[in-house]
Design a binder for this molecule. Structure first.
Ligand code: AMP
Length: 474
């Protein structure tokens, strides 16, 4: 879970990249970084914290150049140390490069070991540096970026959407299954690639299309070029992007995330109708799902909980009681909406169950009569190895508990998770194009100790198509 961007434009790109990272802040709050190139050298700045905390006008003025990449990080691999903050930059044979990555490699340790045996040293503990090493290794042999990305796609296992700054060009590629999102946009005088379409909107740009799974895109001042490196027998788009992770106003692989969530909400009503006085979301993650439940059922949508918008990251409170109180600062119940009422409360997912338990507690204390919990994801049964921060089976409340047991544990009057079938219908893609690993325990690629229904890859290679018409159509 990270957000990435790459832009080549007529003028300086640091401020546009800053705004894009702002739009992608939900994809990672731990650190942020920008690297730019001005025709002669790289400029870089990165630090721990939110985008607004890391950058200011003076810093952005110093980041000169018409080409650049940026990153917001939510750690899935690698420790929380300063060296792991992206983008990473390096120079190789007199040229300057920088790389940023969203995803998680399932063979990262094996690859690192392979490189270390050859005497390669690493300065970080992340997967991203491994990708940088493979690219540098290939560039040494053939000096061709297509060959370098082909080598990556042959070696890397897992999920990876990557932006790579090679002096005045930005390259971007997406793993052959398209697990994490990546899309292309046109700005007023240049082009961009970014994790979600909301980032194109942030620059008032024009969304062109998603990067295809297995595709390499090159952005330069001359425009866009594309080459299909790998064809796959199926895809593995992450369902959790639609359920929770992406912003509701993003369009991912042709689907408006808000619409998918609304359809999930409608399915929740059809699968588990109940008589109630109001449908209330858990803000903000359950809002779109709750509108769907309300539309389908005719039960009024009314917020029963209000979120404090100005809440930054909460301190880790020393005692359980302090932690419980911190939830109340974040979420306050609207007592007048809830007292003596039957409430359908809708959230996107239950992971450990802690949030739902606390929320139901808060609502019960207002004097609500019944609390019917409806959940926008099927029960989470297995961990994610492909880039979403999801705990082990032991910590996932639904991995070994029945619906009735989870209901008891969170103290709800009734509980229903949307079915896998309805989720697939809401996303409106064939099941073989989705990664359902966290729901079914069957993954779209081999993962040690897990079941898989792997897709087969054909490394087609090929040469660049300057697909001017497709990229420049208005
Ligand atoms: P839990 O208390 O562990 O059951 O957390 C469930 C809540 O966390 C849900 O309301 C989700 O909105 C949110 N959530 C789900 N997945 C994640 C994730 N990978 N990282 C952070 N929050 C999440």
């Amino acid at each position: 879970m990270c957000g990435i961007v790459g832009i080549v434009d007529a003028g300086d790109v640091s401020i546009p990249i800053y705004y894009v990272l702002y739009a992608l802040q939900h994809r990672g709050q731990e650190s942020a970084g920008i690297t730019t190139f001005d025709g002669k050298k790289l400029f870089k700045y990165k630090d721990k914290g939110l985008v607004a905390e890391v950058f200011n006008e003076d810093i952005l003025q110093e980041l000169k150049g018409f080409a650049g990449i940026g990153h917001v990080r939510y750690p899935t691999t690698g420790e929380k140390i300063a060296e792991n903050i992206q983008p990473f930059s390096f120079s190789f044979r007199g040229r300057n490069y920088a790389i940023a990555h969203n995803g998680n490699l399932t063979n990262g340790y094996t690859l690192r070991d392979e490189f270390e045996k050859r005497g390669q040293i690493f300065s970080t503990t992340t997967d991203t540096e491994i990708i940088g090493n493979i690219i540098a290794d290939e560039l040494r042999k053939s000096n061709s970026m297509e060959d370098a990305v082909l080598a990556c796609m042959k070696k890397l296992e897992g999920s990876y959407s990557v932006v790579f700054l090679s002096e005045d060009k930005v390259y971007a590629f997406r793993d052959p299954l398209g697990i994490r999102p990546l899309c292309i946009g046109k700005t007023k005088s240049g082009h961009m690639v970014c994790s979600e379409s909301v980032a194109v909107d942030a620059l008032n740009g024009k969304f062109i299309r998603d990067v295809r799974p297995g595709e390499l895109i090159c952005i330069s001042r001359d425009g866009l070029e594309s080459v299909q490196i790998t064809e796959s027998s199926g895809r593995g788009h992450c369902v959790f992007e639609y359920i929770y992770f992406a912003r509701a106003d993003s369009v991912i692989d042709g689907r408006l995330v808000y619409d998918v969530r609304r359809k999930i909400g409608q399915a929740l009503h059809l699968e588990a109708p109940v008589e109630a006085d109001l449908v209330s979301p858990v803000p903000d993650s359950g809002i779109a799902h709750a509108t769907g439940y309300s539309e389908s059922s005719g039960i009024p949508y009314r917020e029963g909980l209000i979120k404090n918008r100005y809440m930054g990251r909460t301190f880790i409170m020393p005692t359980q009681e302090d932690r419980e109180n911190a939830v109340r600062i974040k979420l306050n119940p609207v007592k007048g909406h809830l007292k003596d009422k039957s409430v359908v409360i809708v959230d996107d997912s239950i992971v450990r169950g802690t949030t739902s338990r606390r929320i139901i507690n808060i609502i019960r204390e207002t004097g609500a009569k019944e609390i019917h919990m409806r959940v926008g994801s099927p029960p989470l049964k297995a961990p994610c190895y492909l880039g979403v921060d999801m705990p082990t089976r032991e910590e996932l409340i639904a991995s070994d508990k029945s619906n009735e047991e989870v209901k008891e544990s969170i103290n709800a009057t009734s509980l229903h998770h949307v079915s896998v079938e309805s989720l697939i219908n809401a996303i409106d893609m064939p099941a073989e194009d989705l990664c359902l690993g966290c729901l079914t325990g069957v993954y779209p690629l081999w993962i040690k100790g897990e079941k898989a229904c792997p897709r087969y890859l054909d490394f087609v290679g090929g040469t660049y198509q300057s697909n001017i018409k497709e990229f420049n159509e208005d």
